[in-house]
Design a protein. Structure first.
Lengths: 445, 360
């Protein structure tokens, strides 16, 4: 476990990526009804503050963070609360959700923007604004950002990395955001640098998008004070994973003796660019996190694209915005092709963590039939964490979960590369996930 | 109704079916060469081996209630059994070998992916031990008069060297001295090269070089044409159907061992083994690229594959030079299959180190 994570060309997968014809962002329509779950983050669900019949404003606090890793939830539209009821998220976890019927006036949208001079604010106030606005890690972790930033209180963080690597193939929202909002992201980086007292700040971007993005950021960094670095990393999935980004950036840092320092010895915080943009909006505009960029793609979508979507918008409506679906879809996925979660209907809402929605045709949804493992080793070559997925899967099937953990099961990040590479179409990730769940039950009781 | 399934929602292009059928297709040129060389007998041996293999798979499918013909593994097994047969073998031998391969070696252990021994080699080794004489029914190459003591060069070399403890200048020279019959085409080509090119430098090639290189020699149906085997292997390597580790370490280990120690049993001193002659005779190339690479019966990891290849090289060397006869490759790979679990146990990647990159 102490070995260094230099990465890159090894392991991983190259699924076909649908490149969007333009990097333009279009605004999705305001949803007539917004379904806003109280659980859109890592910890406990937020405590719902509204009741049916209540009038709410755009950006009004409707869920109060409840517990250490919880985050605030805000209304994404002005209107009236129709109902507050128990609903199940795409991951199967139930929580309260407020259904809000759109009506009345926008409090912020279309109004002149008041900016505040954040540089004069104390550190606690900066953290307070981030926390109040319900900012969470938008790269997929969904850990409330103020926790990530406050974690190192009292101790200087040597390295802050802005992660501009797309978290999954076929997702382009981060790329679009970085092209449109380089200055805002740069300010977000400044704010976090100030909070963490970070000595060094690096923006990690994919080699594939370096040419398109680096000029914007060089200018943005210069305008906001300079001193930030841009580092292009290989664009191969799962390079965008936080651990791998950190490992690669540290490995490319020559220290005084010429060798890169050990990853574990570097105090490092990695924040996704969308999160940094949300930090900027929270601190400078005091705008809560109520909308995000969503990539709409998949074989059944007529015009794939990137949409700016309000939290609570029905997933089905996003497909309508993108020209509708070619056929009745066979499978609808929240997230990307490698780690996304299937949903059973088009009525699920977009939440803070949904970076993409995908619809697959029926033919594609069926997938190939499973054959026995032929021990080809493709899953081993694909695993960036040096695991032997096929062996772990067999151990778990045999009930030897403890042996699987001894061989590194806990290092698995469920990136999906092993199952992607498997010629026999064995659902390895599913097997390993089940093993981890069994292990968690074993250790808890 | 929407499908709900675990991630990932996309799959790679490679599939087990496609892998098996690519191997089968890449064997075809070499098999076709065997048919060209030995004619109808070779074709019927291949046909019987393939047919018996598919029939056995179908029988097993009925017994186990799962039809697995489409995965292509039975076709590869049948083709390989046929290619490892001498062309003059009585037809019941390939039939029984194929059936043994499919039913005993593969299906009785649970079918594709669960057999610990390469099915085709299991069947062939079974035939080698059961019908030793029938497995020596060779046919002459093209352009050679029939009846002039038909033996593959390797066997002929062995016979010529028995008892002879004198220094020799290479395998082909020994064969030449024992008046081994090469084809008329070989005589013409070698003479032309010797007079027009090599004479300028004062060198000359022994007879048989051309026959050996193109595979116009008596031998097993599928192993005579080394160039066509290399061609098929190159495609498989390029498409990453097979990995380089096993064949490269196998062939290199064998050739180095053969070159250094190969002369000793014949009393010819170090470094006179004639590795090139060994490479082009017997089933070495067929075995290294098409049987040692069988994923089911070879180690999982890259390191394991390197170790396995070396193991096979050493085993093949000993079996070929010190064994009781034959070229040693089928038996070497079958023995190699036995040590795969041990190799797998010791050649596991280090957790937390992303592949080979950690070393650099």
């Amino acid at each position: 476990m102490k070995r260094q994570r230099t990465l890159p060309q090894i392991g991983g997968a190259e699924p076909p990526s649908v490149l969007l014809s333009s990097g333009d962002i279009s605004n999705a329509s305001i949803p007539p009804f917004a379904l806003i779950p109280m659980l859109q983050h890592a910890g406990m669900p937020a405590r719902c503050l509204v009741r049916p019949g209540d009038k709410v404003q755009e950006g009004m606090l409707i869920g109060k963070a409840d517990g250490a890793r919880s985050a605030n939830v805000h209304s994404s539209v002005p209107g009236t609360v129709v109902s507050v009821s128990e609903t199940k998220g795409a991951d199967g976890v139930a929580c309260q959700a407020a259904l809000i019927e759109f009506g009345g006036e926008f409090g912020r949208t279309g109004k002149p923007i008041s900016t505040s001079d954040w540089q004069a604010l104390p550190r606690a106030e900066l953290l307070g604004r981030i926390s109040a606005c319900g900012v969470v890690g938008l790269g997929g972790g969904l850990l409330p950002t103020h926790i990530k930033l406050a974690r190192e209180r009292g101790r200087a963080v040597s390295l802050l990395i802005a992660n501009g690597m797309e978290s999954e193939p076929s997702l382009h929202a981060d790329f679009c955001l970085m092209r449109e909002k380089s200055r805002e992201i740069a300010v977000g980086m400044r704010i976090c640098q100030r909070i963490l007292d970070a000595a060094r700040v690096v923006l990690a971007i994919s080699e594939l998008s370096e040419e398109g993005l680096a000029p914007f950021f060089r200018r943005a960094f210069a305008e906001t004070g300079g001193g930030f670095e841009i580092m292009a990393l290989p664009g191969r999935y799962p390079q965008g994973h936080e651990d791998l980004v950190r490992g690669s950036v540290v490995a490319r840092t020559a220290s005084s003796n010429g060798n890169p320092p050990c990853v574990e010895s570097v105090d490092c915080v990695v924040l996704n660019v969308a999160t940094l943009f949300a930090v900027y909006e929270a601190v400078v505009l005091q705008r809560p996190l109520i909308e995000r960029l969503v990539t709409v793609s998949g074989s059944a979508v007529r015009r794939p694209g990137v949409l700016k979507v309000r939290v609570g918008t029905r997933v089905g409506d996003l497909f309508e915005e993108c020209g509708g679906l070619v056929d009745p879809p066979g499978k609808v996925v929240l997230g990307g092709p490698m780690r996304g979660v299937c949903v059973s209907s088009l009525d699920y809402p977009v939440t803070k963590g949904v970076a993409g929605v995908m619809a697959f045709t029926r033919a594609e949804a069926r997938g190939g039939s499973q054959l026995p493992c032929i021990r080809c080793g493709a899953c081993i070559e694909a695993c960036a964490w040096g695991l032997v997925p096929t062996r772990l899967n067999k151990l778990i099937e045999q009930g030897s979960t403890a042996a699987a953990f001894a061989e590194g099961l806990s290092s698995c990040t469920e990136c999906g590369c092993c199952a992607f590479a498997c010629p026999s179409r064995i659902p390895l990730v599913d097997g390993l996930r089940k093993g981890k769940k069994l292990g968690a039950i074993d250790t808890n009781g | 109704m929407l499908v709900v399934s675990p991630a990932p929602h996309v799959g790679g292009l490679s599939s087990t079916r496609r892998l098996n059928w690519s191997v089968a297709c890449c064997l075809l040129p070499a098999a076709a060469w065997g048919v060209f060389l030995f004619g109808v007998p070779a074709l019927s041996v291949l046909g019987v081996a393939l047919g018996a293999s598919l029939a056995a798979e179908l029988l097993a499918a009925l017994a186990w209630r799962r039809v697995t013909l489409a995965d292509g593994s039975a076709a590869v097994t049948g083709l390989l059994v046929g290619m490892l047969m001498p062309p003059g073998v009585p037809l019941y031998v390939p039939a029984v070998a194929s059936a043994f391969a499919i039913i005993i070696v593969k299906q009785s252990f649970g079918g594709l992916g669960r057999n610990w021994m390469n099915p085709a080699l299991g069947g062939v080794v079974f035939a080698l031990f059961s019908w030793a004489n029938a497995m020596n029914s060779w046919l002459p190459a093209r352009g050679v008069a029939a009846g002039t003591g038909v033996l593959p060069p390797l066997n002929a070399l062995r016979a010529a060297l028995t008892g002879a403890k004198s220094a020799h200048r290479g395998a082909l020279a020994v064969l030449g001295a024992s008046s081994y019959p090469w084809s008329a085409a070989d005589g013409r080509v070698v003479a032309w090269i010797n007079t027009h090119i090599l004479s300028l430098a004062g060198w000359s090639l022994p007879g048989g070089v051309f026959d050996m290189l193109v595979g116009n020699i008596p031998g097993r149906i599928g192993d005579v044409s080394v160039p066509l085997l290399f061609l098929g292997a190159a495609y498989l390597l390029g498409r990453r159907v097979i990995r380089w580790q096993v064949p490269v370490t196998y062939l290199v280990t064998f050739c180095v061992a053969a070159q250094i120690f190969g002369g000793l049993p014949m009393g010819c001193g170090w470094g006179t083994g004639g590795a090139l002659f060994q490479l082009f005779s017997g089933s070495l190339v067929l075995g290294a690229f098409f049987m040692a690479t069988d994923p089911v019966t070879s180690p999982l990891t890259g390191t394991g594959k390197l170790l396995y290849g070396m193991c096979l090289g050493v085993l093949s060397f000993f079996l070929r030079y010190f064994g009781s006869g034959g070229d040693g490759v089928p038996l070497a790979i079958v023995l190699g299959n036995c040590v795969v679990p041990v190799i797998d146990r010791f050649a596991q990647p280090r957790v937390g180190s992303p592949g080979k990159a950690a070393a650099g």
